[in-house]
Design a protein around this ligand. Sequence first.
Ligand code: GLY
Length: 315
Amino acid sequence: MRVQPKVIIHGGAGSSLQGKGGLESVRHSLHTIVEGVYSLLLSGATASEAVLQGCKMLEDNPRFNAGTGSVLQSDGQIRMSASLMNGASGRFSGVINVSRVKNPIELAQFLQSSPDRVLSDYGAAELARELQIPSYNALTDLRLQEWIQERQDNFKSTMAGVVAEPELAPSSNAGRGTIGVVVLDTYGCVAAGTSTGGKGFERIGRVSDSAMPAGNYASSYAGVSCTGIGEDIIDECLAAKIVVRVNDGMLLKDAMQRSFTEASQNHRDLGAIALDATGVISWGKTSQVLLAAYHNGEAIGDTLEWNDGQLVGYC
Ligand code: GLY
């Protein structure tokens, strides 16, 4: 029996979203990608296939801090992390701190069927070489300018401004970037994918939440992708916590509310998108802004101007 597909995606979270032209162009990017992923699902794509394609579209958009447009680390290099979890098979796979590939999520997808499912820098580079993936430079002028500015300021910021347009990043701490996609396919299966360039200006070897179950997790009941400060997401073990609560019988909206109440009490700076196998879509943030958009089977909506003081929303 076919079910109504659902999709929610995000392009990061942050502390400000200024400039109407900027807001509208972020909205246009997110809505176009949501529409593309939803069409794939309608045409029978599996949840994992739709997540892969959605993450690639977000990685390829230089506005977002993943793939092309990734932020630079303290040594001026780009190292990216991505993961994919197929809720039906219960398999998590990912790459940590990989360089010189266009779409880290493709490596994560390949590793779904590997006995070794999470590879870090050297191993991920070896895999890209074995798969004959062409070398790719993900650097954009904006990210280079940000890094040069920070170098001149002696790396005062602890992370980069990662909502990629200047009018959206008026200060160097305007956003916390990551991208993510969570879907329910027409076969009733859930999958989640997350990809990031990291915090920006971090120490070499720092590991992001995006390629951990803390930042990306799915089961046959629910899927979650997180964004925000990776250390905060790891401390909350946010994605896995929400999914396990749903697995154990809690409604998704209650699992989100409880998990975000805890995150707020612990003064975390993060956001997440989620959906469950019954078709409920949800989002949450302790940060001021969450760049998320969704298709609920009837229409596209987004959270760009969501500011009602609640920690969690759903539809
Ligand atoms: N959430 C992305 C990172 O902190 O690396």
